[in-house]
Design a protein around this ligand. Sequence first.
Ligand SMILES: Cc1cc2nc3c(=O)[nH]c(=O)nc-3n(C[C@H](O)[C@H](O)[C@H](O)COP(=O)(O)OP(=O)(O)OC[C@H]3O[C@@H](n4cnc5c(N)ncnc54)[C@H](O)[C@@H]3O)c2cc1C
Length: 400
Amino acid sequence: MIAPAPRLTHELPDTTDVAIVGGGIAGLATAYFARRAGLSAVVIERRPAIASLSTAAATGGFRAQFDNEPESRLVRESLRFHAAFADETGLADWDLGIMPQGYLFCVFEESSAARQRALVERQRQWGLSDVEILDPRTIRARWPWLSERVTQARFRAADGWLDPKRLATGFAAASEAPCVVDTDVRAFARSGERVTGLVTSRGPIAAGAVVLAAGPFSGVLAATAGLALPIAPTRRCRLVMPHVPEAPADAPMTIDEESGAHWRPWRGGAHGMLTLPDVAAEDPLDVVPASDRFAFALLDPARPTALARLSPFWERVWRRQDQHWVVRAGQYDDTPDRRPLLGASAVPGLFLDTGHSGHGVMSAAACARLTMDCVLGTVAHADNPFRADRAFAPLDPAAL
Ligand SMILES: Cc1cc2nc3c(=O)[nH]c(=O)nc-3n(C[C@H](O)[C@H](O)[C@H](O)COP(=O)(O)OP(=O)(O)OC[C@H]3O[C@@H](n4cnc5c(N)ncnc54)[C@H](O)[C@@H]3O)c2cc1C
C-alpha cells in the first residue's frame, strides 16, 4: 500500500472556504481542522517544500510543564491528540516519533528551588498532578550522570519530544488540502474592510476566511492589511551532534533552569539548545544564518551556559575535540507574553494562527482547533484567551 502524502501542487484554485497563508505546522494543522469541520482549505506556501522554515528548525520538544494555565491546557489537548493521531486522522500507522522520555528541569540555587516548588504548586492547582519535585538523592539515583551540584529538579515523565516534520506532514496528508508551493502571498484581497481572499504570485484566490500562519513573516504580512501584530522574530538555534556516545539514549530533555541550556539524546547523538541572552529581534528571514558561537556557548566548559554544568560528561566530549556538529538556526515569532495569537483579528475575514513563540510544534493541534472554532463562530471572542487584542501578561524572564 502507498503511504498517504501531502498534496503538493503548483495549481492555485480560484476559490476555497479557508485560504491559509503558510505551510508550516500551524498552517497545515489548520487545514486539517478545516477539513474536520467540513470546509475546503488551500495552503499557500512560498517555499518549494512545506514544513521547511521554523518547523524544520524545531527539536520537537513537548511539555505540559508551563508557567501559565492556558498554555498548559493547550499543550495537554495537543498531547491527547498526538496519542490518538492515527485514529483521529485515519492515517493508519502514521509514526510521529513520539519519545516520552520526560522533561527534567534542574536547579542549583535555593532561590531557584523555591521558585520551582511554587510553580509546581500552581501547576497542581491547574490539574497537572504528575510533576514531581525531586531531591538530590532521588536525582542521582535516577540519573547518575547528572552533576552532584544539582540540588533539586522538577520532572514530568510524560513530557518528551516527537518528530516535527512527521506531525506537520501528517496534518497535511490527513487534510487532503492542496498545498500550493512556490507561491508567494503578496496581498490580501478586500471588499471594503473585509478580507475576501489573497493575491498571490500565481494570481488571486477568493476565500470565505483567510488564516494567517506565516510564522516569523506574519507581522509584516499583517501590516499590509493595516493590522499591527506584536510579533518579534528572534533567532534561536539547535546544535545537532550525530555522535555522542556519552549521552544516555534514555535520558530526558535535561534542562539547566538557571542558564536555559538544555540537551536531549538523538539517535546516538544529541541536540543542544540555548537562548543566547544578547539576541535582539530582527526582520523575518528566509535563510537564518547559524554561528559556531552558539555551539561554543553550549560545549566550552568555561562558559556559564555550558552543558557540562548540568551533566559533566559534556566536559569529556569537549576535551576530545573530535566532535562533528551542525548548528541549525531558525526564528521564534515571539509575542510580548510568549503565547500565541489565535482566532479573529481586528480585520473582518482575517484569522490568526501565529505568534507561537517557540512552542508551535507542541501546541499545533489545539491552536488549529481553536482557530477553526473561531472561524466557525463556536467560540466567543471574549472566551478565547489567545485573542490578539488581549492584555498581555507580564513576561516571566526565566520562562523557556
Ligand atoms: C531552534 C528552534 C527550536 C525549536 N524547538 C521547538 C520545540 O522543541 N518544540 C516546539 O513546540 N517548538 C519549537 N520551536 C518553535 C517551532 O518551530 C515554531 O513555533 C513552529 O514551527 C511555528 O510554525 P509556523 O507554521 O507558525 O511557522 P513556520 O514553520 O515558519 O511556517 C510559516 C510558513 O509561512 C511561509 N510564508 C511566510 N510568508 C509567506 C508568504 N508571503 N507567502 C506564502 N508563504 C509564506 C513560510 O515560508 C513558512 O513555510 C523551535 C524553533 C526553533 C527556531
